[in-house]
Design a protein around this ligand. Structure first.
Ligand code: AMP
Ligand code: MG
Length: 501
């Protein structure tokens, strides 16, 4: 049966300097690897009755669905601090946007669908590995409760792409609340196109912040504030599950507050604040602990593009923006601590909680303890001491720096925490539920993602499928010896991740 996707294409109705109309470049032999049927249903169409080959043709770009209006979006961006005035979708093509079953507008974009006017030296293609990686990571993030773009489909192309080696090619289909980035604002600000900036900001308000009164004088200031709030919360969520984005360039930060562009991102195994995985992040600009400050830096770049739209004169605009950027730091801190406190079972925040949190992180860092397992096992200690041996067993992992100072430190920290928890929380079983809902048992561990990709490259997609299925319910209790919950051995550890672009 043919597939009808009910596109209505709001972005394509924006002025022509917002994009270039471009058709996907056909691929040799599209084969469907996976389609996300429940997501399709949420988007308002049914993929279950459609032949896999028809789906492969559509989600490779070989067949255009009726009512698609394909285009590549323009944007600029600061990449590792350096301004690149002309980026844009170089290997992604927006098929169109539509209103989903809840009335929210969503973009459907093909990644790896061929060159566009913004491809520069690139081939417009995507290797299978990064496509599967993005599929796993974004669906895992969604299940973890983190705002994110979603994975609708992945198709192999029957073609090879040239990277450091020849790799099998793929097209990944991404769904986003929108693909408008900080870099999209920068693009028009750099060209001093005030009209386009306003149009873009109006689009962002309509799509992402419909509560803002569009007749208010300060609507753009409100929009900026709202974006800062969402990003403050988003980055707090990342931090509290040990996620490192890896390339927080301004073109990879959305106006919607969704996580976007899963390139060299990874989850921390052994905890250290300065952890960096990305092979291209040589100076640790996007290290785990730098993420809030980088978020603020990116939002300052956004503020610069909007100053002329804020009410008052230039000085007043600068003061307003500066105030909100300072608030961002506080909003982030508050969101982070509220989240961290939930990981410790607390329903409220009190004096000294931040110090308690940092002291624990110091201990985890001192030993290089597994971030995910530590918090999950901690939830077993809520009522009694019975789980302490399981928790301390983490110290016996081969790569852990186990010392008596660390053991003493942990013992003391645990004693204090248990005492406080029992005195502050009358309902300990609720406290435990809170902890388990804040600290997943399962995350997409890098070595497992890598193993799934490797098997897929050899034609076996079962590991990929199993991993995806398991990651759909990351907060459930799982057996201690479940291989998916175990940290990598030193041999399995993945120390570097690659963009693969
Ligand atoms: P990313 O690293 O995916 O955030 O991409 C940064 C910029 O490089 C964007 O403008 C992309 O469209 C572009 N780009 C990345 N990979 C390719 C590719 N294989 N071909 C063309 N453009 C690309
Ligand atoms: Mg990008």
């Amino acid at each position: 049966m043919a597939l009808h996707i009910p596109f209505s294409n709001a972005y394509a109705q924006l002025p022509e300097q917002f994009y270039a109309r471009v058709l996907p470049t056909k691929v040799k032999k599209p084969d469907l690897i996976r389609v996300n049927h429940p997501l399709a249903a949420q988007l308002g169409f049914d993929t279950t009755a459609t032949e896999p080959q028809t789906l492969a043709d559509i989600f490779s770009g070989n067949t255009l669905p009726d009512e698609a209006d394909p285009l590549a979006m323009v944007y600029s961006g600061h990449q590792f601090g350096q301004l690149n005035p002309q980026l844009g979708d170089g290997r992604a093509i927006l098929l169109g946007d539509l209103l989903d079953s809840t009335g929210q507008r969503k973009d459907i974009q093909l990644k790896g669908a061929g060159t566009t006017p913004f491809s520069r030296m690139g081939d417009g293609r995507c290797p299978l590995g990064p496509a599967l990686r993005e599929y796993i990571l974004c669906e895992a993030m969604h299940a973890l409760g983190v705002p994110t773009t979603r994975a609708l489909a992945v198709v192999s192309t029957g073609e090879r792409v040239v990277r450091e080696r020849l790799e099998p090619g793929a097209v990944f289909t991404r769904v986003a609340a929108s693909h408008i980035r900080v870099g999209t604002f920068q693009y028009f600000a750099l060209r001093r196109d005030a009209e386009a900036l306003k149009t873009l900001a109006d689009q962002v308000i309509t799509r992402h912040y419909p509560d803002i009164d569009v007749s208010a004088d300060d609507k753009y200031l409100q929009m900026f504030t709202a974006i800062c709030r969402r990003q403050a919360d988003l980055i707090a969520r990342w931090m509290n599950i040990g996620f490192i984005h890896g390339v927080m360039n301004t073109d990879n930060m959305t106006a919607s507050g969704e996580t976007i562009d899963y390139g060299p991102c990874a989850f921390i195994d052994a905890f250290h604040r300065e952890t960096v995985f990305s092979s291209i992040d040589r100076h640790g600009r996007y290290a785990y602990i730098n993420q809030p400050a980088i978020g603020q830096w990116n939002l300052a770049r956004l503020a610069e593009t909007l100053l002329s739209l804020f009410p008052g004169d230039e000085q007043q605009s600068v003061e307003q923006a500066t105030g909100i950027l300072q608030d961002f730091a506080q909003w982030h801190q508050d969101a982070w601590l509220a989240g961290f406190n939930r990981k410790l079972g607390f329903a409220t925040i009190e004096e000294g909680d931040k110090e308690r949190a940092e002291a624990l992180l110091d201990l985890l860092q001192q030993g290089g303890l597994d971030f995910t397992l530590f918090f999950r096992r901690l939830s077993d200690l809520v009522a009694a001491d019975t789980g302490r041996s399981e928790l301390f067993a983490l110290l016996d992992y081969p790569e852990v720096r186990k010392t008596s100072a660390l053991e003493q430190g942990l013992t003391q920290w645990l004693d204090n925490w248990q005492q406080d928890l029992t005195s502050r929380e009358s309902d300990l079983s609720a406290a435990q539920q809170r902890m388990k809902a804040a600290s997943p048992a399962l995350i997409p561990r890098n070595h497992q993602v890598q193993a799934a990709i490797q098997a897929a490259e050899e034609g076996d997609f079962s590991v990929f499928e199993q991993l995806l299925t398991a990651l759909q319910t990351p907060y459930r209790d799982i057996a201690a010896d479940d291989p998916l919950s175990t940290p990598p051995t030193p041999q399995q550890q993945v120390l570097k991740t690659f963009c693969g672009t």
